[in-house]
Write a protein that binds this ligand. Structure first.
Ligand SMILES: [Fe+2]
Length: 293
């Protein structure tokens, strides 16, 4: 039986985690040809590397520049208006509880400390996009790897990779929900023991919930996925007539492929986080039973 509320164990060792350099990201990365941006991104990536080498594992603070703060303000203000109408009520409250505002870029360290007090979930800095199994496996230790850089200023409403807007606005508030935090841990534990096919299925479950999930709220449908809540365009599109919003069914979800770079034409609506947690628990326990055969 999968256990809940385990304390993270052991040292933070991510030397085996491969992550994507900016040069390996899509050619349309807005910062790819901006040397100053790349230098800044490299500097912040260096913080993540130092964090792993530092025995105290104290999350480094980033002194965000006026330009970076301006990008944060622009995107957050725009998102806030859309979220007021589309985001689930739990998310809106969680953002307030964590003190996330449009005015200043939050510090990863502060958010991690707050989360640990609420659900024993924590955050850790990482250089960039991480390979699926390694990234998901860290969730099994109630830890989410987060980038600390800000997207390029030339296209504030777009980023081809996770940045602080995606991490802090999209992902972090959900971890204040105990059922969501447990569900994330189950996904991580599953990823650590999954075979290749199961890993693909877990990736789909993660995509259609953590990134693009919708939730039934009374008579209405609201957004809780980070990919929706951190993208004005995705959030509006999710509720348009061009998108099919289907009741969540685990078997359907894990057998539905998705396109990473397209707008999502099909989304799934969970009845509750508690339901999501329980069906995921059963799914992961089937991995354990299979591996013992
Ligand atoms: Fe994400």
């Amino acid at each position: 039986m999968l256990t809940e509320f385990e304390q993270p164990q052991g040292e933070f060792l991510t030397s085996d985690i491969g992550f994507e350099e900016i040069s390996s990201l899509p050619i349309d990365h807005p910062g790819a040809h901006d040397p100053a941006y790349r230098a800044r991104r490299d500097l912040i990536a260096g913080f993540a590397r130092r964090y792993r080498d530092d025995a105290s594992h104290e999350i480094p603070l980033v002194d965000y520049t006026a330009d970076e703060t301006e990008v944060w303000r622009h995107v957050c203000c725009r998102l806030e208006k859309a979220q007021a109408k589309r985001a689930c009520s739990f998310y809106l409250q969680a953002k307030k509880d964590l003190g996330i505002s449009c005015l200043v870029v939050p510090q990863l360290r502060d958010l991690s400390e707050k989360l640990q007090r609420i659900t024993q979930f924590r955050l850790a800095p990482i250089e960039g996009l991480v390979e699926t199994r390694a990234f998901l496996s860290w969730l099994g230790r109630r830890t989410m790897l987060c980038t600390q850089y800000v997207r390029h200023h030339s296209r504030p409403d777009y980023t081809p990779e996770p940045d602080v807007v995606h991490e802090f606005i999209g992902h972090v508030p959900a971890f204040t929900n105990p059922a969501f935090a447990d569900f994330s841990e189950f996904i991580g534990k599953g990823a650590a023991i999954a075979n290749e096919e199961q890993l693909i299925q877990l990736g789909r479950l993660y995509w259609f919930t953590v990134e693009f999930g919708l939730v039934q709220e009374g008579a209405g449908i609201k957004a809780f996925g980070a990919g929706l809540l951190s993208s004005y365009g995705e959030l509006e599109y999710a509720f348009s007539k061009d998108v099919e919003r289907r009741p969540f069914d685990l078997r359907t979800v894990i057998n539905t492929p998705y396109e990473y770079s397209d707008m999502q034409p099909l989304l799934f609506v969970i009845p509750s986080y508690a339901h999501l947690k329980e069906v995921t628990r059963e799914f992961i326990e089937s991995f354990q039973a299979e591996s013992k055969k």
